[in-house]
Write a protein that binds this ligand. Sequence first.
Ligand code: ATP
Length: 197
Amino acid sequence: MIEFNAEAIYYKTGQPILKDISFTIKQGEIVSLTGASGIGKSTILKIIAGIHKGYDGTLVIPRNSRIAFISQSNCLLPWKTVYNNIVLLKKVEVGQVDKTSAKKLIEDLGLSGLEKQYPLTLSGGQYQRTALGQAFFYEPDIILMDEPFSALDAKTKREIQELFLNLQKQHNITTLFVTHNIDEAEYLGSRIINLEK
Ligand SMILES: Nc1ncnc2c1ncn2[C@@H]1O[C@H](COP(=O)(O)OP(=O)(O)OP(=O)(O)O)[C@@H](O)[C@H]1O
């Protein structure tokens, strides 16, 4: 569950970028966040992730929530293999990983055989599958997604959207999905929050 109410969102310099924002996302719900370029979509994700503190208001999320963040690029560490990227967050947090469930997830993601490859050698689709694996293997309470599939061609995008929806159905994780694409927002989200000035 995420409850966010803000009178104003701002950066250090200048006027608020957004005013009077209020929304609630229920446990397990996928909500799409849309709006014009530069309106503040990524900033809202950063607020929920705890990275951006510039707002007047309240953010309520369950105590000790684990949050995963997936963006268009830069999710993976280039010096770690596909396998080690997927288990990374869990390993850092828990110290050990269940190899059988890692293998199962890698199979579900269609990444079998690529475990020892490095991110720079992956296609865009393989990269985003690995990023999904990293996020879901962590077993987070919340997933924040910032245009993760925007750079993919239409066919690959649809395949990965399906994978995401299947994983989401299995794990029931509260998800806020930023996209500027209305079709994608409708396809993935059970509701859409559209930001306007
Ligand atoms: N670090 C920063 N310092 C100052 N202003 C910033 C900073 N980051 C973003 N902004 C400004 O805040 C506004 C919102 O940016 P944000 O990246 O949240 O928009 P967005 O809706 O995600 O855009 P896009 O769809 O183009 O990715 C923009 O006007 C941007 O210039």
